[in-house]
Design a protein around this ligand. Structure first.
Ligand code: HEM
Length: 450
């Protein structure tokens, strides 16, 4: 909090319409041009957000992420979709109290316990992959990550698992559409209206979660259960109170929405990237066969650096604050651009080159590498996503030969929350160790079909 007069970072002097059209046509190119011209912090009028301070300077980003929630917070705009009990709807001390209960089930030490489950889902999904024909991996990755969350986080099995598998993609899509409608269009006018349709999905969802909660509570092995739902049911706030069942339903939906498409999209980008680096591909396959993971880990980090699926994160000032040399007034939007921070040569040598070896033996500096955000809203599921991506890559590499390609890299396409590979991370594979494995000539021909 400060009483000093407003001192905003340099203002981009372009008409709003020009900025809006530029962002619509080529967001990354426009942002890069602005960073080149104004540096790691500037003010621009963005479509939807209005006047926004865009930050890619790591020192300012860290300072913003660690600013007290009395001064700055994330707006609770997703409450209408996930419900009032979601981490994304909670603010300030309520949010911190919930995080305290949500973080332990996702602690890195627990993650090895989920590896077998992830491997099983990858084997099940990839059993139907077509051999020798190009296809997009994104839909497969979406099914894998959905099933993994439903089993590991929701603890679902049997009939409930089957129904949630069908219900949730449609429900999340319907909720995302609702989230961007103006308030007057969000009234429930019956089953054919967007809100009516979402309401029907949500009622069925709540009924299924009530069944899962009842089953988890009455399970004879409830104390040994390792799914996140069971741990949330056992968790207690500092005053001894449990999380209410309604809030647990909202939170599970949040975990699914936050963890499913983000992880799947990163995996599809990983396939897109490694196909374009044949030497890396052979080294990865050899490492997977030998049971190692150092290079695969470096690949995951480098994919997240060069293709962060969540490109940035916004905060809003609640009071006038000082941020470095700047004074930002109350109710002002600040956006940290992960994408711009990651592609700065000042932060990473030859930042535009995809080079996982930069991270072999040197884990990323987490003040410069921030695909999971930072501060009190940093991703709760980071260790879970990392484990899931490593196991998926390892399982695919052990089972399939991925055919390299010389085709141009896929462009990014913004899908509402994440930026995905525009063609879905297309691939050609053959099964390893089977007769169908191609000769090098066949593999080269398949690669040139693209
Ligand atoms: C590669 C995969 C993932 C990426 C790139 C990612 C990215 C992010 C980012 C950038 C944020 C911060 C948002 C902000 O600052 O406003 C976030 C928050 C969050 N993520 Fe993830 N995420 C991933 C996977 C997951 C998974 C697997 C889960 C759980 C199953 C999860 C659960 C959450 C939750 C609950 C939050 C909200 C934290 C809070 O506000 O306190 N995420 N994620």
């Amino acid at each position: 909090m400060t009483n000093e007069p407003t001192r905003l970072p340099p203002v981009v002097p372009l008409p709003r319409l020009v900025v809006a059209l530029g962002f619509l046509a080529a967001r990354t190119t426009v942002l890069r041009a602005m960073v080149r011209r104004y540096g790691g912090v500037f003010t621009v009028h963005l479509p939807v957000f209005g006047n926004t301070v865009v930050i890619s300077d790591p020192v300012l980003a860290k300072s913003l992420f660690t600013t007290n929630h009395e001064l700055v917070w994330r707006e609770a705009t997703l409450g209408s979709v996930f419900g009032p009990g979601s981490t994304f709807s909670l603010q300030g001390t309520e949010h911190l109290a919930r995080r305290k209960l949500l973080v332990p089930p996702f602690h890195g030490r627990r993650m090895a316990g989920y590896e077998a489950l992830v491997e099983e889902e990858v084997l099940r999904e990839t059993a139907s992959w077509s051999l020798g024909r190009e296809f997009a991996t994104q839909p497969s990755m979406m099914r894998i990550t959905l099933n993994v969350v439903l089993r590991a986080v929701f603890g679902a099995q049997g009939a409930e698992l089957e129904e949630l598998r069908r219900l949730l993609p449609a429900m999340v899509a319907s909720g995302s559409r609702l989230a961007v409608l103006p308030p007057w269009a969000c009234r429930d006018l019956g089953r054919l209206s967007p809100a009516g349709r979402y309401g029907a999905y949500r009622r069925r969802y709540d009924a299924l979660i009530a069944q899962l909660i009842a089953a988890a509570r009455s399970a004879p092995d409830s104390a040994e259960r390792t799914d996140v739902l069971s741990m949330l049911l056992a968790a207690r706030y500092d005053d001894g109170e449990p999380i209410s069942d309604a809030h647990i339903a909202d939170e599970l939906l949040t975990l699914l929405a936050a963890g499913h498409e983000t992880t799947a999209t990163t995996l599809a980008w990983a396939v897109e990237r490694i196909r374009r680096h044949p030497n890396l591909l052979s080294r990865l396959a050899a490492e997977a066969d030998g049971g190692g993971s150092e290079l695969a880990q470096a690949v995951v980090w480098e994919v997240q650096r060069t293709r962060p699926v969540v490109e940035g994160s916004c905060r809003v000032t609640r009071q006038r604050i000082k941020l470095g040399p700047w004074v930002i007034p109350e109710d002002h939007v600040l956006a940290v651009s992960f994408r711009m921070m990651h592609c700065s040569d000042g932060n990473f040598a030859h930042a535009d080159t995809f080079d996982p070896d930069r991270f072999v033996g040197h884990p990323p500096d987490t003040t410069l590498w921030i695909p999971y955000g930072g501060g009190v809203n940093r991703c709760v599921g980071a260790a879970f996503a990392n484990m899931e991506m490593l196991v998926t890559l390892r399982t695919v590499l052990r089972r399939f030969e991925i055919v390299p390609t010389t085709a141009k890299g896929e462009r990014g396409r913004f899908r509402g929350v994440v930026t995905a590979a525009a063609r879905g991370g297309r691939v050609v594979v053959y099964r390893r160790g089977f007769d169908s494995r191609p000769s090098p000539a066949v593999a080269a021909a398949a690669a040139s079909q693209i």
